[in-house]
Design a protein around this ligand. Structure first.
Ligand code: UD1
Length: 432
């Protein structure tokens, strides 16, 4: 079975280029089919979640042309609006629920299989449904796990979100972009990818104001047109490399980033004793010694991202003193701690809180990735540990990180994707 093999103990150093944001690319691809004209999207990350969504829109009739590794031309005019969107691709990823908002907005009807995605706890869609209903859609859930959304007409509405939800904000924004009149979303999510989708829709002729604040105003338009658009850099991929640099006591310049999107991450790294240098589109992280402790609570943007929670826990597990990490977004996001315990970490989880007694080093171990971000975090732990570790279930990591082992190798990490015993022997020989 393909997995990663890592020999830890080498500080990362050099430069790494960050890909386009997966969590922006997913809704942007879903929204690209809302016009019958052709859309060119650039800086699309080459990760499996994106390939799955592209296959999902292909399977309902959209024309998808790969221009180069990171650019696609998409034309939604051939879509069969009557067919339910249910195929091997749609159920695999959570991002496919964005097709409910985009198809409902465009055709006033959508029938989409309920999403899969990372196993990080119960992930309801009640706020999405509440928003669609407020716009005038009738929503039915029918077996086997299909969401049917239909409306004679969508009309703008004033919607107050009960929880701050990235997915619901995005889905409602797409449906409202082609509704009659004004929609106001209050208590909206402010994540960079919410802003990026709004900019993309505006470049197609939508009228969306306030994205990035907690009140978004969407004046519906009759039709959207083609556009050319480049996706923002991936905040979470960048943050992951920042923590990898810190945990291996390295010196890494992370390029093609928007430093503003990384502020909550940089602030925590500064607090524990890293040096951070920012320029227009890069950030350098330097760690020369054992880092200090801190407390952190995950929050909606601009707070500390839940998608960086496993990575910071791994760093704090190696820091001096006691740290507390509180997960306030998802209820089941500490499953990777059992794996970390195998490496000698001292972490106690009580409900949504992890109490971390820093240890001076991790020991190498065989590990299994429980989900996308925790998988990447365990790779960081393995790079910080002395000796050979093996990380399984890497298909989770490949959902969201482009060329993860290749990028780490360029920074000096000893990591390879191995399959057979021969591959492993070769890696051990090379890594020494
Ligand atoms: C998105 C990201 C995910 C990230 C998360 C939080 C994508 C594809 N995924 O997930 O990587 O971890 O934002 O930044 O962009 N909730 C409800 N009802 C709803 C919707 C959500 O109660 O209808 C709750 C969720 O259970 C969770 C919280 O709201 O506790 C936030 O979820 P949400 O922001 O919607 O996350 P996703 O969009 O699923």
């Amino acid at each position: 079975m393909e997995h990663y093999m890592v020999k830890g103990g080498t500080p990362l150093s050099g430069e790494v280029e960050i890909a386009g944001a997966k969590n922006a690319a997913l809704p942007i691809i879903a929204a690209s089919i809302m016009t019958n004209e052709t859309v060119l999207i650039e800086n699309v990350p080459d990760v499996s979640d994106i390939r799955t969504l592209l296959n999902a829109i292909r399977s309902i009739g959209a024309h998808v042309e790969k221009v180069d590794r990171h650019s696609y031309r998409i034309n939604g005019s051939p879509i069969n609006r009557a067919a339910p969107v249910d195929n091997e691709y749609v159920r695999k990823i959570r991002g496919s629920y964005y097709l409910i908002g985009s198809l409902l907005g465009k055709y006033k009807t959508a029938s989409v299989a309920l999403p899969g995605g990372c196993n990080i706890g119960l992930r309801p869609i009640d706020q999405h449904i509440k928003g669609f209903k407020a716009l005038g859609a009738d929503i039915r859930l029918r077996p086997p796990g299909l969401v049917d959304a239909r409306a004679e007409n969508l009309s703008g509405a004033h919607i107050y979100m009960d929880v701050v939800s990235v997915g619901a904000t995005i889905n409602i924004m797409m449906a409202a972009a082609m509704a009659d009149g004004l929609t106001i979303i209050e208590n909206a999510a402010k994540e960079p990818h919410v802003v990026d989708l709004a900019s993309f829709l505006n470049s197609m002729g939508a009228s969306i104001k306030g994205a990035g604040t907690d009140v978004i105003r969407i004046r519906g338009v009759k039709r959207l047109h083609g556009t050319e658009y480049s996706i923002i850099p991936d905040q979470i991929e960048a943050g992951t490399f920042m923590f990898a640099a810190a945990a291996t006591r390295g010196d890494v310049v992370i390029r093609n980033v928007i430093p503003k999107h990384l502020e909550s991450i940089s602030a925590k790294l500064l607090e524990v004793g890293c040096q951070i240098e920012e320029s227009d589109d890069a950030v350098r992280v330097v760690a020369t010694r054992r880092l200090g402790n801190t407390n952190v609570k995950t929050l909606p943007y601009p707070g500390f991202p839940t998608d960086m929670q496993p990575q910071i826990t791994i760093l704090l597990g190696l820091s001096n003193g006691t740290s507390i990490v509180t997960e306030s977004i998802f209820e089941n996001r500490f499953k990777y701690v059992d794996e970390l315990t195998k490496m000698g970490a001292h972490i106690t989880v009580e409900g949504n809180t992890a109490i971390i007694e820093g240890v001076s080093g991790y020991t190498a171990a065989n590990l299994s990735s429980p989900d996308l971000r925790a998988g990447a975090a365990l790779v960081i732990a393995a790079m910080a540990a002395e000796g050979f570790s093996e990380i399984y279930d890497i298909h989770y990591i490949e959902r969201g990180y482009e060329d993860f082992p290749e990028k780490l190798r360029k920074l000096g990490a000893l990591i390879d994707k191995v399959d057979t015993e021969d591959d492993k022997r070769r890696f051990i020989f090379r890594a020494g």
